[in-house]
Design a binder for this molecule. Structure first.
Ligand SMILES: [Zn+2]
Length: 379
């Protein structure tokens, strides 16, 4: 349940907030001039809770205070109005949120597609990602890792000429990558994973194998299977490969702000961040900063489309990119490889290596993802 602050309540009362109302909300904490000046000085606006108006920090301070201590946060410097857009959206009569089905109903379509998923590509892609010294979004390899990401998505999608692949550029030198299988409906179902990584220092070695090469390869393999089969959905299916997650959900916040501003009808977003390290051999579904009906629906798919039992947990504010979709007011869910207590102890270090991954486990996430996309294509 999202707690609405005073300003948000006022906006709710206004029914359909205007640009002027957003402007006045800025004024209650930060003026546009404050934001522009601080940006020019290289400062970043960091939130650590929904109620937090944010604090201005340097990039190094952001790393020392939050990233190195594994404290969840969002960097809202370029997207300070995203949470207000959520309030606009959820109070607008134009938005009628659809109910999700009570469970899976398209196994006859999904099952033969799931049978096409295999481990060999997962290994190849995960090794290529982990072989970057790091994939830090402001580092020396930001751009080269982005080029790999884009080229690989283009290659995977090339078997179906209907699929488009675009780079989404940000204020830093690591674009997000979006592949789109157009449907007969403009409504959109999204699966996502971030491809940047971070180590124990901003320039340190960060193979980012579990966090989050493992999630990226899940989305890539689901795209490969649907592309190779010529799958033609009703709803448009999108595959989002975000940059800058470790910097505070930068890539996903930019994309979600653009989508809500453009009025894109996003039916569901399922994010995966860490899919290959699971001592309990489960698929974990997280229940905070998500949409409860979508999350309950996702929980019905896990035992049908994967061979693994479900685990349920919470991961706090600023946990991963589902939070950006949730901030935008889009139905979001988060699927992971473990509960918090037993998740990989190696992330954000040089020890988050391919050797710690189970590709059998990652394949289970692929099966779930194809199942979700097929079901979602009929929402
Ligand atoms: Zn991650």
């Amino acid at each position: 349940m999202v707690k609405l602050g005073l300003t948000a309540t006022l906006l709710l009362g206004a029914g359909y907030a205007t640009a002027a109302a957003i402007e006045s909300h800025f004024g209650s904490h930060w003026s546009r001039r404050d934001i522009m000046r601080a940006r020019d000085e290289g400062l970043r606006l960091i939130k650590t809770s929904e109620e937090d108006p944010g604090v201005w920090l340097t990039e190094e301070e952001k790393f020392e205070k939050f990233i190195s201590k594994k404290i969840g946060f969002m960097d809202i410097t370029e997207t300070p109005e995203l949470e207000n857009l959520r309030v606009n959206r959820v109070t607008s009569d134009l938005v009628a949120l659809k109910a999700f089905p009570t469970g899976p109903t398209h196994q006859s379509v999904a099952t033969p597609l799931i049978a096409q998923a295999s481990i060999s590509n997962l290994r190849t892609w995960a090794n290529a990602l982990a072989n970057f010294y790091n994939r830090y979004y402001r580092g020396s390899y930001a751009s080269t890792s982005a080029t790999w990401m884009y080229d690989t998505v283009v290659d995977v999608a090339s078997s179906n000429s209907a699929i488009t692949v675009t780079k989404y550029t940000h204020s830093y030198n690591q674009p997000s990558v979006i592949a789109k299988i157009p449907g007969t409906s403009g409504s959109v179902v999204i699966v996502s994973a971030h491809y940047d990584s971070i180590g124990s220092t901003t320039s340190g070695r960060a193979p980012g194998a579990d966090d989050n090469a493992s999630g990226v390869v899940v989305i890539l393999e689901a795209l490969r299977v649907l592309a190779d089969s010529g799958y033609s959905p009703k709803n448009t299916l999108e595959f989002h490969f975000y940059s800058g997650e470790e910097g505070g959900m930068l890539g996903s916040r930019d994309v979600m702000q653009a989508y809500v501003t453009a009025g894109v009808d996003v039916l569901a977003v399922v994010n995966q961040d860490m899919t290959g390290y699971s001592p309990n051999n489960v698929i974990a579904v997280y229940t905070d900063y998500v949409d409860t009906p979508l999350t309950n629906y996702v929980m019905t798919l896990v035992p049908v489309y994967s061979d693994l039992p479900l685990s349920v947990d919470e991961c706090g504010y600023g946990c991963s990119d589902h939070a950006s979709a949730n901030s935008a007011g889009f139905p979001a869910a988060y699927v992971c490889d473990e509960n918090m207590a037993d998740s990989s102890p190696y992330i954000h270090s040089s020890s988050d290596t391919i050797a710690t991954l189970s590709f059998e486990h990652i394949l289970q996430h692929v099966k779930f993802t194809i199942g979700f996309l097929v079901e979602g294509s009929y929402f």
